[in-house]
Ligand binder design. Sequence first.
Ligand code: SF4
Length: 313
Amino acid sequence: MSTSIAADPSESIAPLTRRPLALSPSRAGDFKTCPLLYRYRAVDRLPEPPSAPAARGTLVHSVLEQMFGRPAAERTPELTAAAIGPAWERMAQEYPELNGLLPDDELAAWLSSAQDLVRTYFTLEDPRRFDPEACEFAVEIEVANAVPLRGFLDRLDLAPTGQLRVVDYKTGFSPDPDFEARALYQLKFYALMIYRLRGVVPAQLKLIYLADGMSLQYAPSESELLSFENGVVALWAAITSALETGNFPPRPSGMCRYCAHQSVCPEFGGTPPPYPGNPGAADSAVADPAVGGPAVDDPAVTRPVTADAAFDV
Ligand code: SF4
């Protein structure tokens, strides 16, 4: 496994790095939402402007990651919130495109809002009570039918009992109950990767929403992950077919209002650029520009969960 500053592919401003073609939760969501959006992000790799919420998400994720690198006694709300300013300075240096994202007179309030999110984290967990197995790490693995999966996990916890917990931080608000299943798609995707990587079904999947201090927990079963894997295999087959034919139809929805590619979308009077071809060749690659909230269908069922206390030591 490798590490990365990219926190949550749906909220981060990760750089465009060339990687082999693979399916991530974000790209899976893109294809289900709109095949043309998938093409523009995964195949054409059209640039998308950074946004202040995405930058704040990356900033908060990186500070929480750094926190777990400190001794347990130093994982306090005060020290962690104080790390926001220096972390932002490092981000702005590393990603010059972030400079100018916010007017100077709004930066202080924006940084303060990031500190509020960090403080909210401490109302949900006590990071002095456990050490994560890993933070902010990339996983790449082939699952059934040699389908390549890729994802970044915010945190993986290992309980003294040997149980695994997958944790994902969201800097937005918790979803309405009708949308919880969609929110869990990403975690189930990661649970499948961990299951195939280690042969163990994670005991708990946990989404932490820092904007409203809520969390969503779910305990998958092996049969559910196998069923989920079948869905991933079918989705990859559909994507592979589209890559071979170049047929990526637009699918207009409410997501269009957040789409950065309206100017080249037929639904908005635009003309798509010539299809660059299937990037699946050995010397080809796709980037994983991290943007957009997936709108995916996933028949997740909320189940009893393993108590958080099992992971406290
Ligand atoms: S504007 Fe809507 S239909 Fe067009 S590419 Fe974007 S998401 Fe798809």
